[in-house]
Design a protein around this ligand. Sequence first.
Ligand code: MN
Length: 202
Amino acid sequence: MSHTLPALAYAHNALEPNIDARTMEIHHGKHHQAYVDNLNKALAGHAMENASLEELMAAMSTLPPAVRNNGGGHFNHSLFWTIIGPDAGTLSDALAAKIEEDLGGMDKMKSDFANAAMTRFGSGWAWLCVKVDGKLCICSSPNQDNPLMDISECPGIPILGVDVWEHAYYLHYQNRRADYLAAFWNVVNWSAVSERFAAATK
Ligand code: MN
Protein backbone atom coordinates (compact mmCIF):
# COMPACT_ATOMS: atom_id res chain seq x y z
CA MET A 1 0.00 0.00 0.00
CA SER A 2 1.36 3.38 -0.75
CA HIS A 3 0.25 6.54 0.95
CA THR A 4 -1.40 9.17 -1.22
CA LEU A 5 -2.11 12.88 -0.98
CA PRO A 6 -5.76 13.44 0.01
CA ALA A 7 -7.63 15.92 -2.18
CA LEU A 8 -8.80 19.16 -0.61
CA ALA A 9 -12.58 19.40 -0.21
CA TYR A 10 -12.51 23.07 -1.23
CA ALA A 11 -10.70 25.37 -3.67
CA HIS A 12 -7.28 26.83 -2.88
CA ASN A 13 -8.80 30.31 -2.64
CA ALA A 14 -11.76 29.24 -0.50
CA LEU A 15 -10.11 30.33 2.75
CA GLU A 16 -9.15 33.84 1.66
CA PRO A 17 -8.45 36.30 3.16
CA ASN A 18 -7.56 34.23 6.24
CA ILE A 19 -5.31 31.79 4.38
CA ASP A 20 -4.25 32.86 0.89
CA ALA A 21 -4.56 30.68 -2.21
CA ARG A 22 -0.82 30.59 -2.98
CA THR A 23 -0.03 29.34 0.53
CA MET A 24 -2.69 26.64 0.16
CA GLU A 25 -1.32 25.56 -3.26
CA ILE A 26 2.25 25.24 -2.03
CA HIS A 27 1.36 23.87 1.40
CA HIS A 28 -0.90 21.13 0.07
CA GLY A 29 0.62 20.46 -3.35
CA LYS A 30 4.32 20.74 -2.46
CA HIS A 31 4.89 20.37 1.28
CA HIS A 32 2.26 17.74 2.01
CA GLN A 33 3.06 15.89 -1.23
CA ALA A 34 6.73 15.75 -0.18
CA TYR A 35 5.79 14.18 3.18
CA VAL A 36 3.75 11.54 1.34
CA ASP A 37 6.53 10.80 -1.17
CA ASN A 38 9.25 10.64 1.48
CA LEU A 39 7.09 8.45 3.74
CA ASN A 40 6.60 5.98 0.89
CA LYS A 41 10.36 5.94 0.27
CA ALA A 42 11.11 5.43 3.96
CA LEU A 43 8.63 2.53 4.21
CA ALA A 44 9.65 0.72 1.01
CA GLY A 45 10.49 -2.86 1.99
CA HIS A 46 9.85 -2.14 5.70
CA ALA A 47 7.82 -4.57 7.84
CA MET A 48 5.25 -1.79 8.39
CA GLU A 49 4.98 -0.89 4.71
CA ASN A 50 1.26 -1.74 4.72
CA ALA A 51 0.40 -0.31 8.13
CA SER A 52 -2.13 2.49 8.51
CA LEU A 53 -0.99 5.94 9.60
CA GLU A 54 -2.54 5.35 13.03
CA GLU A 55 -0.60 2.07 13.39
CA LEU A 56 2.62 3.88 12.44
CA MET A 57 1.99 6.61 15.03
CA ALA A 58 1.42 3.99 17.75
CA ALA A 59 4.71 2.23 16.90
CA MET A 60 6.82 5.37 16.36
CA SER A 61 9.40 4.54 19.04
CA THR A 62 10.48 1.56 16.89
CA LEU A 63 10.57 3.39 13.55
CA PRO A 64 13.30 5.42 11.80
CA PRO A 65 13.36 9.25 11.95
CA ALA A 66 12.24 9.52 8.32
CA VAL A 67 8.96 7.81 9.25
CA ARG A 68 8.53 10.04 12.29
CA ASN A 69 9.06 13.22 10.24
CA ASN A 70 7.17 12.26 7.10
CA GLY A 71 4.52 9.97 8.61
CA GLY A 72 3.81 12.67 11.18
CA GLY A 73 3.74 15.24 8.41
CA HIS A 74 1.30 13.18 6.37
CA PHE A 75 -1.01 12.51 9.34
CA ASN A 76 -0.93 16.09 10.64
CA HIS A 77 -1.66 17.74 7.31
CA SER A 78 -4.38 15.22 6.44
CA LEU A 79 -6.10 16.17 9.70
CA PHE A 80 -5.48 19.89 9.21
CA TRP A 81 -7.18 20.13 5.79
CA THR A 82 -10.34 18.56 7.21
CA ILE A 83 -10.70 20.73 10.31
CA ILE A 84 -10.47 23.96 8.32
CA GLY A 85 -12.73 25.04 5.47
CA PRO A 86 -14.91 27.80 4.09
CA ASP A 87 -17.89 26.69 6.22
CA ALA A 88 -17.68 27.16 10.01
CA GLY A 89 -20.15 24.31 10.50
CA THR A 90 -21.70 23.69 13.90
CA LEU A 91 -20.10 23.04 17.27
CA SER A 92 -21.90 20.07 18.85
CA ASP A 93 -23.57 20.53 22.24
CA ALA A 94 -21.46 17.66 23.58
CA LEU A 95 -18.15 19.28 22.61
CA ALA A 96 -19.29 22.73 23.78
CA ALA A 97 -20.17 21.26 27.19
CA LYS A 98 -16.85 19.42 27.40
CA ILE A 99 -14.86 22.57 26.55
CA GLU A 100 -16.78 24.36 29.31
CA GLU A 101 -16.20 21.55 31.81
CA ASP A 102 -12.54 20.74 31.13
CA LEU A 103 -11.09 23.94 29.67
CA GLY A 104 -13.08 26.79 31.20
CA GLY A 105 -15.14 27.68 28.13
CA MET A 106 -14.55 28.56 24.49
CA ASP A 107 -12.78 31.88 25.06
CA LYS A 108 -10.36 30.34 27.55
CA MET A 109 -9.77 27.34 25.25
CA LYS A 110 -8.96 29.62 22.28
CA SER A 111 -6.64 31.73 24.38
CA ASP A 112 -4.79 28.70 25.82
CA PHE A 113 -4.59 27.08 22.38
CA ALA A 114 -3.12 30.27 20.86
CA ASN A 115 -0.67 30.47 23.74
CA ALA A 116 0.46 26.87 23.11
CA ALA A 117 0.92 27.72 19.43
CA MET A 118 2.76 30.99 20.12
CA THR A 119 5.16 29.47 22.62
CA ARG A 120 6.12 26.52 20.40
CA PHE A 121 9.65 27.65 19.48
CA GLY A 122 10.56 27.01 15.84
CA SER A 123 8.34 24.61 13.94
CA GLY A 124 5.53 22.46 15.25
CA TRP A 125 1.84 22.16 15.99
CA ALA A 126 -0.65 23.05 18.72
CA TRP A 127 -3.41 20.59 19.52
CA LEU A 128 -6.76 20.15 21.21
CA CYS A 129 -6.87 16.50 22.29
CA VAL A 130 -8.94 13.93 24.07
CA LYS A 131 -6.68 12.28 26.66
CA VAL A 132 -6.81 8.64 27.70
CA ASP A 133 -8.90 9.61 30.76
CA GLY A 134 -11.47 11.22 28.45
CA LYS A 135 -10.65 14.81 29.40
CA LEU A 136 -9.78 17.49 26.87
CA CYS A 137 -6.34 19.03 26.92
CA ILE A 138 -4.28 21.55 24.96
CA CYS A 139 -0.63 20.99 24.13
CA SER A 140 1.95 21.50 21.41
CA SER A 141 4.50 19.27 19.72
CA PRO A 142 7.77 19.95 17.86
CA ASN A 143 8.39 19.41 14.15
CA GLN A 144 5.85 16.90 12.75
CA ASP A 145 5.28 15.03 16.00
CA ASN A 146 1.70 14.58 17.24
CA PRO A 147 -0.18 13.28 20.30
CA LEU A 148 -0.89 9.90 18.66
CA MET A 149 2.80 9.00 18.60
CA ASP A 150 3.84 6.60 21.37
CA ILE A 151 6.77 8.96 22.05
CA SER A 152 4.50 11.97 22.62
CA GLU A 153 4.83 13.99 25.84
CA CYS A 154 1.10 14.83 25.56
CA PRO A 155 -0.53 11.55 24.47
CA GLY A 156 -4.11 11.73 23.27
CA ILE A 157 -6.38 11.79 20.24
CA PRO A 158 -6.09 15.12 18.40
CA ILE A 159 -9.42 16.67 17.32
CA LEU A 160 -8.12 20.12 16.32
CA GLY A 161 -4.63 21.19 15.35
CA VAL A 162 -2.86 24.20 13.90
CA ASP A 163 0.32 24.13 11.85
CA VAL A 164 2.79 26.75 13.08
CA TRP A 165 5.58 25.96 10.64
CA GLU A 166 6.44 29.19 8.82
CA HIS A 167 5.45 27.53 5.51
CA ALA A 168 1.85 27.60 6.80
CA TYR A 169 1.70 31.39 7.05
CA TYR A 170 4.86 33.21 5.94
CA LEU A 171 3.74 34.35 2.45
CA HIS A 172 0.76 36.26 3.84
CA TYR A 173 1.70 36.94 7.45
CA GLN A 174 5.53 36.91 7.38
CA ASN A 175 6.67 36.80 11.02
CA ARG A 176 3.22 37.62 12.45
CA ARG A 177 2.31 34.22 13.84
CA ALA A 178 -0.21 35.79 16.24
CA ASP A 179 -2.18 37.32 13.34
CA TYR A 180 -2.24 33.97 11.54
CA LEU A 181 -3.48 32.28 14.71
CA ALA A 182 -6.22 34.88 15.18
CA ALA A 183 -7.36 34.35 11.57
CA PHE A 184 -7.21 30.56 12.00
CA TRP A 185 -10.41 30.65 14.10
CA ASN A 186 -12.24 32.16 11.09
CA VAL A 187 -11.65 28.99 9.05
CA VAL A 188 -12.16 26.24 11.65
CA ASN A 189 -14.87 23.78 10.60
CA TRP A 190 -16.59 23.03 13.92
CA SER A 191 -18.69 20.24 12.44
CA ALA A 192 -15.50 18.38 11.54
CA VAL A 193 -13.96 18.99 14.97
CA SER A 194 -17.20 17.86 16.67
CA GLU A 195 -17.23 14.67 14.57
CA ARG A 196 -13.65 13.92 15.60
CA PHE A 197 -14.62 14.53 19.24
CA ALA A 198 -17.56 12.13 18.95
CA ALA A 199 -15.36 9.45 17.33
CA ALA A 200 -12.64 9.89 19.98
CA THR A 201 -15.08 9.56 22.91
CA LYS A 202 -17.45 6.82 21.77
MN1 MN B 1 2.62 22.38 7.09
